[in-house]
Design a protein around this ligand. Sequence first.
Ligand SMILES: Nc1nc2c(ncn2[C@@H]2O[C@H](COP(=O)(O)OP(=O)(O)OP(=O)(O)O)[C@@H](O)[C@H]2O)c(=O)[nH]1
Ligand SMILES: [Mg+2]
Length: 625
Amino acid sequence: MVTPPPRPTSLDFAPIRNVAIIAHVDHGKTTLVDAILRQCHLFRSNQQVPDLILDNNPLERERGITILAKNVSVRYHGIKINIIDTPGHADFSGEVERVLHMADGTLLLVDATEGPMPQTRFVLQKALEQNKHAIVVINKVDKADSQPDWVHEQVFDLFCQLGASEEQLNFPVLFGSARQGWMSADWKKPAPNLVPLLETIVHHIPPPENKKGGFQLQITNIDYSPYEGRLAIGRVSRGSLQTGMQLCVVRSNGSASLPAVVRNLYTFEGLDRQSVNTVFCGDLCAVSGMDDFEIGDTLAEAMSPEALPPLVIEQPTISMLFTVNNSPFCGRDGRFLTSRHLRERLEKETEKNLALRVQPSETPDAFVVHGRGVLHLSVLIETMRREGYEFQVAQPQVLTRMHDGLLLEPAEEFIAQVPAEHSGKVIDMVAVRKGELQAVDARGNRQLLRFLVPSRGLIGLRNQLLMATGGDCVLSHRFLRYVPWKGPLQSRMTGVLIAKESGRVTAYALEHLQDRGAFFVEPGDEVYEGQIVGEHIRAGDLLVNVVKTKKLNNMRASGSEEPVRLSSKKQMSLEECLEFIAEDELVEITPSHIRLRKKFLTAQERERQLKNLQASGKPIGSSYS
Ligand SMILES: Nc1nc2c(ncn2[C@@H]2O[C@H](COP(=O)(O)OP(=O)(O)OP(=O)(O)O)[C@@H](O)[C@H]2O)c(=O)[nH]1
Ligand SMILES: [Mg+2]
């Protein structure tokens, strides 16, 4: 255990280190923050604390990933270390770019078995661009197949490839196991605790520069308190601030709001916020009293309202159309249904979710939402459905661009780590999605396949690869650049089974249709005409009657029927549904149901639409275009 730190004399003015933990997904960031919190005696000895305490929102717990960046602090020998935990999934990289501004240095975590992965490269690149000092932490050395020295070399190469300066290349390295709670300069000599890491942070991450002058803080996060309204969160980049002072909000275009009085100030203490009277340059803090502000705005002294440079975040790569729910079951279990509800909720989301953009569409009841990937948008969809919203979303589309008369589309680096015997199959499947194999590296008896794949080719690919390899593959992707349009791409090989009539699904009907495909519904479920009730075993859609009942006659009563053996229904997660649907289909989202449907519910409407499309010469089918 770490020796208890001496009590700081003043909570307001302790020496500080601000450090962000960055890494590829699942390399152990949150586990490390957990271990630091525990060892710095943040919890009472008899307190029951769950693992991954920072992954505290229900979606993070269910998925086992970090979605939102969070700050906590610990005190080590009188020094306050503010730690910012960041998400590692590429879809949430907007979060990382945003919060890096609050840190003076980073802990770059790398898995001792996997080595640097696509997101390691992205986050390190962002950290180097912002001139942040890095400490490299090679984590999970407890794993039997770890190769810490090899990973160390790979990380060094990565720094070189990213053009790190001499000083940046001189990074300190620690090896250890966040799960076992130790870090050491030599992985063959485990330490009893995390003291070597804390010492390295204190000695290698510079304290914040004490810039004198008028107060300035760039808002990097927004929180809400029921008593005080909106709180602006950020790092004091110049001067100091006391409660009662007058501030104004300066937008990136230089326009300033009317002055307002600072009501309360908070710093981050442990897992909580603590009310203070003064904050100093370098502090991470929350300010109440202002109302109208956005992430990226600057809080500045009313006498000298100067804006800090705007936050630059990479552009979204996909979009999805969100529309009001117009299915026959609309309004059955949601509380917020109208286009006004939908617009207000989506606009509210853009205040915090910087990588998200919302635009009106051609019709007033639909909005185009742009994001960094299917997971980025599906987390928003899942959150909204839990809040009581009902709506529909269409197939994800990639965001294309024109350059010199050439149509460009986003392409990503896609890495599949698979057992050698599966690699041929995986290469073939990625090739169908227009992916080009760039490199093959051996990792023990596994192979690491590196592809360049158009982003639209990745939609739905994960599931297909998991199925083809029996779940034995680790996949990751990261946006790389725009490439010339690769032409039409067939993503779904099969058609769907469409309900011909509305009603309740019967076992009798399903029994007779079992050989047609896999069903998404089971006896007793209510369905409507035009709902997608299953995946057809072949290409092309098929109308089926899943509500058909057996005609009863005097001779055989319903009770004497033989029990029906049905295969269980195919359950798809929200992301799977989003990746499954074709261009003429929608996912209907309500608090208690996720249904798939045809955009046009009746066969006549679909036929009319098909004729119109044929007449207009547009391509038809389930390709992403
Ligand atoms: N064997 C071993 N497993 C570890 C270690 N550190 C973390 N893990 C495991 O790795 C998995 C991912 O850990 P997290 O801490 O959630 O990873 P993360 O980097 O925060 O993940 P994201 O926030 O989603 O990017 C969990 O199952 C951890 O228990 C370690 O030192 N050794
Ligand atoms: Mg995490």
